[in-house]
Design a protein around this ligand. Sequence first.
Ligand code: HEC
Length: 131
Amino acid sequence: MKIPLILLAFISVMLFADDGYKVYKRHCSSCHMVALPYHEPDRTAAKKKMKAPTMRMVAMRLKTMINIQNEDEDIQQKVMKAFIKEYIVEPDEDYAICMQQMIERFGIMPPMEGLTHDEKEAVAQWLWEQY
Ligand code: HEC
């Protein structure tokens, strides 16, 4: 059977998006929530349990702080993903872009070990999409 190329491209994009979320679930979700619940009292309860900024906060912060001249979104995405892929294996206070209050409250993130190149790429892509 011949599968149209466009369908294959679509399927691979879907798989890829899914992979990023899976990597997040497996390696990041023990500390990072995706986002805070919108309604009270869940919101306050979740805030108390936080061990790290939410992934939405992180994505928002990075997108606001990494402010490059090039308006091409593809380039912006590459730069932000490069930072994420490097930071998760080598977190460092001097390198962090995250808000200082977050670092004071939660400490510096421990390095994530054993992630493959593809897993890092997938989770960075997924994180880019969170804001
Ligand atoms: C053991 C807890 C823990 C796990 C697991 C964890 N993180 Fe973090 N992460 C933190 C904390 C705490 C911070 C805030 C302090 C900092 O920036 O280092 C943080 C910050 C970050 C930042 C912002 C960096 C900055 O300061 O600019 C990114 C990006 C990030 N995490 C991505 C991830 C991804 C992706 C994963 C999974 C592959 C992950 N983290 C897993 C605790 C964790």
